[in-house]
Write a new protein. Sequence first.
Length: 261
Amino acid sequence: MARLIDAVQVNRSQPVVINGRSFWLKQRRFGRSLIIVYGNLFLKFSNSKIRMFAHTSDWQIWEVESYRLLYGAESEIVVVGSDSVRIPNVPGISLKCCLETHTLTAEIMRTAATEFSRAHSLTMLLLTEPWSHGDPHLENVLYDAQTHQAHLIDFETRHQAGLIAVERHADDLLVLLLDLLGRDSNNNWPELSRIFLLTYANRPVIECLSARLRMPRGLELVLWKTRTNHINTALLVERLFALKQITCDLLASSPIKAVEL
């Protein structure tokens, strides 16, 4: 079931060049409305904290406004027609690619944590509370080696209504760290996770994250299987316990900020 869910794609992206500049054209796939309805039911009952956009126009607005919030109001992202968004090419390679090529370093994780902290401090005009991503897995975080900056991309989901900023930000961290612990076969993930959290350094968010680090059941376990690259359940139990210990140690001994930005 988890692998079937992974195979479903609501949007598709293709590179385009306009006046010598590189863009991505992201388009809602035809006939995905029913998939989104059932997908949102699964997300609701699996305690995912996020929802897909049932209406294409809502997704287009969220994608554009999120991009402008993070990259500036003058960014050249535009809505194209009734089903697409044209996005300027964001420099860098994904953290997933870095992990697969054994180049994911402590410095990259510090840079990523700094960008998460910055993004989580921003407030969109559409919101009354700080922004959150919803699905920042390793492939949705890019690292630009030339500028030593990290970038968040792909704003296709949104946290469910009613969640406070601390809960949404903790969920963002959870998604990233689950992907990391599920994909890392060299067992570097504990130190990389520790460095990421130490740099992010927000006590209320890390406390909320720590409280969620328990073995899920039922549909939530199915969801976490998709978020951890389908690792063996016994290994997932072991790594969740280790990540929980990392958060507890940081909260007990590190000078982490006491207030949410």
